[in-house]
Write a protein that binds this ligand. Structure first.
Ligand code: CU
Length: 211
């Protein structure tokens, strides 16, 4: 299943467990629209967003990209969350060197509690688990973060995240160090998107986003 668009039979207690994104990060996902970003986006973020939009002009959906050393981040986006409390960032991370690396952590602007998570389904129940040891990126390979799988979870963002805005994500890799990527906030995930998304080349995000 994709990252849930509807309340699931699991608890979402972000307020009660504010200190624990691992637990809070469960369901909710995409329900109501919120307001955002124009207030927080400085000119730099806007310029970056414009640049990202320009570089992705062939695609109707903006995507963010960045690189540091052998690490390449592409196809970064954040579907506008339905709940203002929690959002997920998806992207592809490629290691163009033979040496493996590890995505250890991330921070965001606007600030939020940021966690590396994986989502899985067993026995019909979805669950999310924090990647306590980070996300390994094997050498000469690409790892996809997408609905239903790995994602970067933003909990309790300082401002609501709204389509058209940008989240500046700083990813910290064990070897490559920090990679800053401006992530466009796109529309709510639709059923079409979770199946085949014409805006991203018909990719099934559960399999190989953007490939
Ligand atoms: Cu999550």
């Amino acid at each position: 299943m994709s990252h849930p668009r509807f309340p699931l039979p699991v608890r979402f207690d972000a307020r009660a467990r504010r200190g624990s994104a691992a637990v809070a990060c469960t369901a909710v996902a995409f329900a109501t629209a919120c307001a955002c970003s124009s207030t927080s986006s400085d000119s730099g973020a806007k310029a970056a967003a414009a640049a990202a939009a320009a570089s992705a002009s062939a695609s109707p959906s903006p995507r963010g990209s960045a690189s540091a050393g052998p690490i390449r981040i592409t196809d970064a986006y954040l579907p506008q969350p339905a709940s203002p409390d929690v959002a997920a960032v998806y992207f592809l991370v490629a290691d163009t060197s033979a040496q493996a690396d590890v995505l250890l952590s991330a921070t965001s602007v606007p600030s939020a509690q940021v966690s590396l998570m994986t989502e899985s389904t067993s026995g019909g129940a979805e669950s999310m688990t924090p990647l306590a040891d980070g996300l390994p990126i094997p050498g000469n390979s690409e790892v996809a973060l997408g609905p239903g799988g790995y994602h970067v979870m933003l909990t309790d963002p300082a401002v609501p995240l709204k389509q058209g805005g940008t989240v500046r994500l700083t990813l910290t890799f064990r070897d490559a160090g920090k990679v800053q990527v401006d992530v466009p906030i796109t529309s709510l995930l639709s059923d079409a998107q979770t199946g085949s998304d014409p805006a991203s080349g018909g990719s099934d995000m559960t399999d190989m986003p953007g490939m």
